[in-house]
Design a protein around this ligand. Structure first.
Ligand SMILES: [Zn+2]
Length: 214
């Protein structure tokens, strides 16, 4: 049994609507995708394809899905840091799944995606004039924060967690921590019903929630 099995099971307990999507969790040493020592975990839309070879060797590959890479010392982290970090990356994964053609077959990838698959992501971004910090801020926008709230709301029934464990409020991200209570109030109605909602099919967010991001 791969070490990630119990962690994948935890994710499915929190987000049962992901049951039809393969979920992979690998340590950075188990794959050869780009990795910065300062990162704790990472999700990228192409990480599954970038790790297809190692996943096949481990007997885990079940087709395109959400692939989360974690730092090698993941198993030494506290359970709440493990859970919070994984759910942060799952929020990115769900946000990605909500895009059209999110898990399209390799042959249908766009030229840029193909380039990212074969080259070094940092260099390709730099060549395209993309600032990684601006990119990170853009990747933690209102949709990500909304998903973070739902995952936190659901998971805290199973593990001891606080919002900071999921890192969906942070000075470099788009919702400042001072607005946490306003955001919680704006989402109160849907959070109370979260387990009955499908996070892959959320409706338009409340206007008072979106206003907090302007
Ligand atoms: Zn993130």
């Amino acid at each position: 049994m791969h070490w990630s099995t119990t962690h994948v099971a935890f994710i499915l307990q929190v987000v049962p609507e992901l049951a039809i999507t393969p979920i992979y969790i690998l340590k950075s040493d188990e794959t050869d995708t780009e990795w910065e020592p300062s990162w704790m975990a990472a999700f990228s839309p192409l990480a599954d394809l970038q790790s297809q070879g190692p996943l096949e060797s481990l007997g885990l590959w079940r087709g395109r899905g959400i692939c989360i890479i974690v730092r090698n010392d993941f198993e030494t982290w506290s359970p709440r840091t493990q859970a919070g970090t994984l759910l942060h990356e799952v929020a990115h994964g769900i946000e990605h799944l909500n895009q059209p053609d999110a898990l399209c077959p390799k042959v249908n990838l766009s030229p840029v995606a193909r380039e990212l698959l074969s080259g070094c992501e940092s260099e390709i971004l730099r060549d395209a004039g993309i600032d990684r910090n601006i990119l990170i801020r853009g990747q933690h926008g209102s949709e990500f924060v909304r998903l973070g709230f739902h995952l936190y709301w659901r998971a805290r029934k199973q593990v001891i967690l606080c919002p900071n464990d999921l890192q969906f409020l942070h000075s470099i991200y788009s919702l400042s921590p001072e607005r946490y209570e306003d955001a919680e109030a704006a989402l109160a109605y849907e959070l109370a019903r979260s387990v009955n909602l499908n996070l892959l099919r959320l409706r338009t967010p409340p206007a008072e929630f979106l206003r907090l991001f302007t």
